[in-house]
Write a protein that binds this ligand. Structure first.
Ligand SMILES: [Zn+2]
Length: 669
């Protein structure tokens, strides 16, 4: 990473200011220096953290964006059994976790996430939520021996619960390469609608963050145990799940993974229709309104209950939805990459919704999910999982991603149902496969996902411009002075403002569009897919994304990362003047904002010929505020526009255009 030229001295800046004042007209209002005369900040390079530097030195990371030769991740195998009683809204669970220590460190303490404790009385939160009591842990054991509650310290085995994290002090150190088996028993009340990302409205249950889950122990920072406060999302490790869920007979269960005992829980009709959905390309009504109920949609069950068994490999979480009101549609998608290669032969698509949700376009949901999987497989790389399920959930799910699943709540029309479906399905790539730390770097999954969503919507709705909408959301907040930078923990944004969503979603999506324009679409896609390929089922840091783009494109883009991730500088380029200059025409471009970007000029001549010119970003990075582009004088220049294609987020478009015989005229912002 190269260093930028040193900033000009303060004395030089003062002299420049004085010169501007000396030549200014007398009226006080005109005495301010022109933008061209004042010093500009120049972005210094991205500086990696000491933790990242140490990871490079240890060989687990690199400065090329590739995982290092000694890169490792932890791994766990979950075997969980739970019963949900819809009448009392209680979930009772038990299970084991085989935890493999693949790190080079001996671990005395293990950290376990108890996200349900967000709803415990007195829990720390950044937003109001319902209060349920949180998770009641009734047994924690290691290798078959129960740990005492509330007594752990450096010399005494046991466990303590601190908010949404339980710390287990092991009886013996877990050596590098060793495996231990933890056992848990627990219960909680499913929160009502209004809880973020989960809950029940009485008819349907969307059950998430419902089991003790290993926190991430990674090569850069060790245990990451930032509490779940309700806004910032998750950081989760990879593992395999074998989950048995007991619900009343007649209740359908939609879950992460593949259903392993369809012949025990489904009636013959739905089983046959599922097979048809796998064969045919059409959307099949696996369970229609008249098929609902025990003995029709599901088997009759014993004691009025059925146990559904699901398995999932290489996923970072497990969630499920259940209701006796659900209809069930299914079809399949063919996931092929841009060259036509496929990863899995057939991806099953499932959609579960209540009949009245047809008003909200839910009868189109399976078709929307199929297009999402097929488009994103082409745009990124093939979807690797066996199925994808969309669930009509509580309103407060809004749209929330889980491995192979999404919970979608609230009123929708066709545009808004497709939009949320493709967004949540795009999360199956980021962060489900590319497992970044969402809590600390929300942009690393949300911004990429919003960008990918925009590409799919452009195809599905033939030209729909979500990139433009994202750019305007960002610019509106930036112009109002409310913007906050991207490199900030997700729980440290001001509440009740769009600052978090603009930074993490809209501005980051805009950054991706600008990056594509900067390096060209072909190189952009190569680097983007390479970043994903390198980090599937791993935990990339922001540096790994940036370094991969620099590695693949061969460009030093530190100025771009520094400007658009760490600062709230805005871009404002202007055509200051177009004049005859000797035998040529001089086009004077001013950089009036603080964010540097190449200035791309479209020059139109009398007769309609159009040519391009560019002020390279290096001129602004060297400190310039003005740059002159010389072009031949004839045919006469009639129009000059900066960034006519609107690739970059210019905050003031009114000064981007010059026309002969008129003052500078701009389009709308
Ligand atoms: Zn999202």
């Amino acid at each position: 990473m190269r260093l930028m030229p040193a900033a000009r001295s303060l004395a030089a800046a003062v002299l420049a200011l004085a010169a501007a004042c000396a030549t200014a007209p007398r009226r006080a209002a005109d005495a301010a220096p022109s933008p061209a005369a004042v010093e500009r900040p120049r972005p210094y390079p991205v500086l990696e953290t000491p933790e990242f530097r140490r990871a490079v030195e240890r060989g687990t990371r690199t400065r090329t964006g590739r995982p290092g030769p000694r890169y490792w991740t932890q791994r766990a195998e979950y075997a969980l059994q739970a019963e949900l009683d819809p009448a009392t809204k209680r979930l009772t669970g038990r299970g084991t976790v085989r935890y493999h220590n693949r790190s080079p460190d001996s671990l005395t303490w293990l950290a376990v996430q108890l996200h349900q404790n967000l709803f415990a009385p007195g829990a720390a939160r950044v937003a109001p939520t319902p209060v349920t009591g949180g998770m009641e842990l009734t047994r924690v054991a290691v290798q078959g021996t129960a740990l005492a509650a509330g007594v752990a310290n450096d010399s005494t085995p046991g466990y303590v619960v601190e908010g949404t994290v339980a710390w287990l002090r092991l009886p013996q150190k877990l050596a590098p390469g060793a495996t231990t088996e933890l056992a848990f028993e627990w219960a909680f009340t499913v929160p009502p609608d209004g809880a973020p990302r989960e809950g029940t409205d009485g008819e349907i249950f969307y059950v998430a963050y419902w089991y003790p889950q290993m926190a991430v122990y990674d090569d850069v920072g060790g245990w990451q145990t930032d509490p779940y406060l309700g806004n910032a999302e998750f950081y989760m490790g990879y593992g395999d799940y074998d989950v048995s869920l007991t619900v009343p007979a007649g209740w359908l269960v939609a879950a992460t993974g593949e259903l392993r005992n369809a012949d025990q829980v489904l009636a013959a009709g739905p089983r046959a229709r599922l097979a048809e959905a796998r064969r045919s390309g059409s959307v099949v009504h696996v369970v229609a309104a008249a098929d609902r109920g025990a003995g029709r949609s599901t088997a009759a069950g014993s004691g009025g209950k059925l146990t559904w068994r699901f398995a999932a490999k290489d996923v970072r979480d497990f969630a499920f939805g259940t209701s006796d009101k659900y209809l069930w549609d299914a079809t399949h998608a063919l996931a092929r990459d841009s060259a036509g290669k496929s990863a899995v032969d057939t991806v099953m698509i499932h959609s579960f919704y209540r009949p009245e949700r047809v008003e909200w376009a839910w009868d189109q949901s399976a078709r929307y999910a199929r297009h999402s999987i097929e488009f994103l497989s082409r745009f990124l790389w093939p979807y690797p999982y066996p199925q994808m399920t969309a669930v009509d959930g509580v309103v407060s799910c809004s749209g929330m991603e889980y491995p192979m699943m999404t919970c979608i709540g609230g009123p929708r029309d066709t545009l808004r149902l497709y939009s949320v479906t493709v967004h949540e399905i795009a999360h199956m790539w980021f962060p489900m496969q590319v497992g970044s730390d969402e809590r600390r770097y929300a942009w690393q999954d949300e911004g990429l996902t919003r960008f990918n969503q925009a590409q799919a919507m452009r195809e599905f709705f033939r030209g729909y411009d979500l990139e433009g909408i994202a750019r305007d959301l960002y610019l509106d907040l930036a112009r109002a002075g409310g913007e906050v930078e991207l490199m900030r923990h997700g729980d440290q944004y001001p509440s009740n403002t769009p600052a978090y969503s603009v930074a993490s979603y809209a501005k980051m999506a805009t950054n991706m569009a600008a990056l594509r324009a900067l390096v060209g679409e072909e190189r952009f896609l190569r680097a983007y897919r390479e970043y994903g390929r390198r980090w599937v089922n791993k935990h990339p840091q922001p540096y790994d994304l940036w370094n991969t783009f620099e590695d693949v494109t061969g460009e030093d883009l530190d100025w771009f990362w520094r400007t658009w991730w760490y600062e709230t500088w805005t871009l404002d380029q202007a055509v200051a003047e177009v004049r005859a200059d000797g035998g040529d025409v001089a086009v004077v471009v001013e950089d009036r904002g603080l964010a540097p970007m190449p200035a791309r000029l479209t020059i139109t001549r009398e007769g309609g010929a159009v040519e391009r010119a560019e002020v390279p970003v290096a001129q602004w990075l060297a400190g310039a505020r003005r740059a002159t582009v010389r072009v031949r004088a004839s045919p006469a220049v009639v129009r000059v526009e900066i960034d006519a294609e609107r690739r970059f987020p210019d905050a003031d478009r009114a000064n981007n255009v010059w026309t002969r015989g008129g003052a500078a005229v701009g389009g709308s912002r």
